[in-house]
Design a protein around this ligand. Structure first.
Ligand code: ZN
Length: 172
């Protein structure tokens, strides 16, 4: 296992549409997932998409708020070849950050509720309807697979700030 280098905004790999993974259970995917998990843990992030580690494939990993289980631990999700479908037109704004845009935070509109489908690393089908932070994280990570960074989703660049200046912003 190894910690991978994170591509930062401006690197062409972050602008490309990534490719479908034909065999989610392949050794290649297994090792990629292991390395991405180790990288995410090292950098203490909420989510990571394969293009952020210079691999243009449809794979994201992310933490989501705990589901049914009575635990305060976040759930770890591995999602391959995801498809997102918004449910309704409701939009929420909240602050986002990105490992590829270090030090900055932006106020980003996202669909409040979505349904997403895909496969996990064992080839098992995933089909979830989620809202709030879970929906936000999925939209953020899956945007990376389309070559989109959260800044491109913002409708007011005045709300793009350095983390260290966030204390001046109390919109939420
Ligand atoms: Zn990101």
């Amino acid at each position: 296992m190894s910690i991978l280098k994170i591509a930062r905004m401006g690197h062409p790999v972050l602008r490309k549409k990534s490719e479908e993974i034909s065999d989610p259970q392949s050794e290649y995917v297994k090792y990629l997932v292991e390395d991405m998990l180790e990288t995410l843990e090292d950098i203490q992030g909420l989510g990571l998409a394969a293009p952020q580690v210079h691999v243009s494939k449809k794979l994201v990993i992310f933490y989501s708020p705990p589901g049914e289980a009575e635990t305060s631990e976040m759930d770890l999700n591995i999602l391959i070849n995801p498809i997102i479908e918004p449910i309704g037109d409701d939009i929420d704004y909240d602050w986002e950050g990105c490992l590829s845009v270090p030090g900055l935070r932006g106020l980003v509109p996202r669909y409040k509720k979505i349904r997403y489908k895909g496969l996990n690393e064992k080839g098992k089908k995933i089909d979830k309807t989620v809202e709030g932070l879970h929906a936000r994280v999925v939209q953020h990570e899956c945007d990376h697979l389309e070559g989109i960074i959260y800044v491109q989703r913002m409708d007011n660049l005045e709300d793009l700030v350095f983390e260290s200046e966030m204390k001046f912003y109390n919109k939420f």
